[in-house]
Design a protein around this ligand. Structure first.
Ligand SMILES: [Fe+2]
Length: 190
């Protein structure tokens, strides 16, 4: 069994064992740290950048959509909007640098207002972070540095189809979106 298959099996077991997202995400972060420390590299065709925007390739999607593992690739300078995930998530860096700008998640009953910044982190090769739990999952990511940023992301659902929020941080205005998945053949080599 490959290192990735073993990892997926262990993540699924951890996710089944608890309803506590914080506990699950923390344990998955430890598993992802070990996977990266063991030298895991995603297949080359899933590390290609696109000139248009960052891309999200599927490494694994559970048949019941309870779990997904993505390889997310940014060309230098590419950035995401401010967005939510609506589930737990863990991100580990394979190469490059990911600058994460976090915000407090507005409550659903809160009056629309500018988002409150909650810190900036630069994540580098081998580092793993719990990017989200449903109650605390709002951030924007920029690839800084000279080389593409490649990350392995694990989510407690099918991240390509989950209805998520995109925010205007200046006003708190929300638009709902689903990010979809990218196919390796649809992107340019970079
Ligand atoms: Fe994100």
């Amino acid at each position: 069994m490959s290192a990735l298959d073993t990892f997926i099996r262990e993540v699924a077991s951890v996710a089944r064992a608890s309803d506590d997202e914080h506990q699950v995400a923390q344990r998955v972060a430890e598993l992802l740290s070990a996977l990266l420390a063991g030298g895991y590299r995603p297949p080359a065709e899933l590390t290609r950048t696109s000139a248009d925007r960052h891309v999200t390739y599927p490494l694994y999607v559970a048949p019941d959509d309870s779990l997904s593992v993505a390889c997310v690739v940014w060309a230098p300078g590419q950035r995401t909007p401010v967005h939510s995930h609506e589930t737990w998530g863990v991100a580990g860096i394979v190469s490059g640098v990911e600058r994460e700008v976090r915000y407090l998640k507005p409550r659903d009953d809160q009056v629309r207002a500018p988002l409150t910044p909650a810190g900036v982190n630069d994540w580098t090769r081998g580092q793993v972070t719990v990017c989200c739990t449903t109650d605390d999952d709002v951030h924007a990511v920029t690839a800084i540095g000279e080389e593409p940023t490649i990350g392995i992301h694990v989510y407690g659902g099918n991240i390509g189809i989950i209805k998520r929020r995109s925010y205007d941080p200046a006003t708190g205005a929300v638009e709902w979106f689903a990010s979809g998945w990218d196919a390796p053949s649809a992107t340019s080599v970079g």
